[in-house]
Write a protein that binds this ligand. Structure first.
Ligand code: ZN
Length: 511
């Protein structure tokens, strides 16, 4: 509960300590101050025990819920702005992961409360409770994607890049703060790629932007392959998706060497459909623009790779993304067409809108056989059924490897970028094995995410049998790709979910 004495203090609080909006002076600094309502600590800028009750004049002063924020002007008499935010009742007794999330929510909502104030530019965040979580929340909360002029960062007429409006500093500098900032910047990077309209993020443009993002990073090589290369490799299921569009497809590889040359790599594969119309099995028009985000898997793994390289983690990582539009052009693949995948299996395309598994099939097989990783993780906005099952809360993980699942689960809980284990079972097999080909690319509505995962398993070479040579996990982010309501530290829109969980997973890898 909020301490009783604060009520007493409120009665004696001089009214001049809170300056109304109209007489605000130009402030030099904004302070983001998360506080524990059970034991509020005064800082040099503000004393929550005094200020908080004053914001609720005449009302009950109860322990405010987590992420309840109020903004105070000139609370220190020097013209500064203090954005106070509650860590919630019982904060001191919360378990680690819950504490971290309370810090994110409190800091995020405090930043949101001030980020649009014209005076707020330099923001000092009280990061004493958890510097990593505070940095994550501050950087995620300030993010807003806009193509409106004159402030759009993507306006081709821009002469100079537009800097971020807010400049954050922690109350005291630390490695943890820096790391948290990298996690969040990577997630924001993925959000931007997912938000960008398809005409502004074609496979070609995406590759150019990735090259730019990685330029200057150590031990990194970015390779952009074209369709001729994919043809040479026999990536026929990937290429089958490219036939309906005149936009050239790309196969992007990012190689990062943070460990010795002979250490087995981790491989990420990300689905990169830069626009998914459904192809000949055309989607309904309503809400189709959301399908600009169907390269969310690619955005997620590339942004994760950027964070891993920026942090200089001691692992080897190869990131692979097949990139194409899925369009209903005159040469488009038709329902019923049968394609022989790179691994020789025949695939009947029952529905051209189930194209994600087609581009992933060859990419997963190529990643497994070319790089012989210890673990291969693919990330994809794969099935609408995933959204039905787990909504915007959890990303579904399908894996035969208990260890990989457990590692992902631990990492996801630490970052509150949560995963839920889904069944990867041969029992779903008859739904996708019953056509005239080895595999069919749809298995009907029942268990739609599970049949998609089982389809991919056929290409994860080395992940099955008594002695698997590679662990494989498939992450379906179709549900978490977009927040329709937002959360205390994120606006609604494309989320970049999966990035922080995967960076944390890589950080904790012991190879
Ligand atoms: Zn589709």
């Amino acid at each position: 509960m909020f301490p009783r004495r604060s009520l007493h203090l409120y009665r004696r609080l001089p009214s001049s300590s809170i300056v109304p909006l109209s007489s605000r002076t130009m402030s030099t600094k904004t302070y983001v101050l998360p506080f524990d309502p059970t034991a509020p600590q005064a800082t040099a800028q503000a004393d929550p025990a005094k200020l908080w009750p004053a914001a609720f004049a005449g009302g009950d002063v109860k322990a405010p819920k987590t992420a309840t924020s109020r903004v105070f002007f000139n609370a220190d008499g020097n013209g500064s702005i203090a954005s106070l935010s509650s860590l919630g009742e019982g904060f001191a007794n919360k378990k680690e992961n819950e504490r971290r999330e309370a810090v994110r929510r409190a800091v995020g909502s405090a930043v949101k409360a001030v980020k649009d104030l014209p005076e707020t530019k330099e923001v000092e965040v009280d990061a004493t409770v958890d510097a990593h979580a505070a940095a994550v929340a501050a950087h995620l909360a300030q993010y807003k994607f806009s193509l409106k002029t004159p402030d759009s960062r993507f306006n081709p007429n821009l002469k100079e890049p537009i800097p971020e409006k807010l400049k954050f500093t922690p109350s005291e500098g630390s490695k943890e703060w820096e790391r948290g900032a990298v996690y969040a910047k990577a997630q924001n990077m993925a959000r931007t790629w997912m938000e960008l309209p398809a005409n502004m993020c074609t496979p070609t443009i995406f590759c150019e932007q990735v090259k730019e993002a990685f330029s200057g990073l150590k031990n990194v090589e970015v390779i952009v392959r074209d369709e001729a290369w994919a043809e040479e490799k026999g990536m026929r299921t990937f290429l089958s998706v490219t036939h309906g569009t005149s936009e050239p497809a790309k196969f992007l590889e990012i190689h990062y060497k943070g460990a010795s040359g002979d250490a087995k790599p981790l491989v990420f594969v990300g689905k990169g459909i830069t626009f998914d119309s459904g192809g000949i099995s055309l989607k309904p028009g309503n809400g189709m623009k959301l399908m600009r985000g169907d390269m969310g898997g690619a955005a997620t793994v590339v942004a994760t790779a950027w964070a891993i390289a920026t942090l200089g983690l001691p692992i080897n990582l190869n990131t692979l993304t097949p990139l194409t539009e899925n369009m209903p052009g005159p040469s488009a693949t038709k329902p019923g067409d049968v394609i022989y995948a790179m691994n020789g299996k025949s695939v009947e395309v029952d529905n051209t809108d189930a194209e994600g598994r087609l581009v992933l099939a060859d990419a997963i097989y190529y990643g497994a056989t070319e790089y012989k990783p210890h673990t291969l993780i693919d990330v994809a906005t794969l099935t609408g059924a995933m959204d039905i099952a787990l909504g915007e809360v959890y990303a579904g993980v399908f894996s035969d490897s208990d260890k990989t699942w457990e590692d992902l689960n631990v990492a996801g809980e630490i970052e509150y970028d949560r995963f839920w284990r889904m069944p990867l079972s041969e029992e779903f097999g008859p739904q996708i094995y019953s056509s005239n080909a080895d595999l069919q690319n749809t298995g009907g509505r029942p268990g739609g995410s599970c049949t998609a995962a089982l389809f991919l398993k056929a290409f994860a070479e080395g992940s099955t049998g008594d002695k698997p040579t590679m662990a494989w996990a498939h992450i379906d982010i179709a549900g978490v790709m977009e927040y329709t309501r937002g959360c205390p530290y994120m606006e609604k829109g494309m989320t970049g979910r999966g990035v922080r969980g995967l960076v944390e997973y890589a950080t904790r890898l012991k190879v």
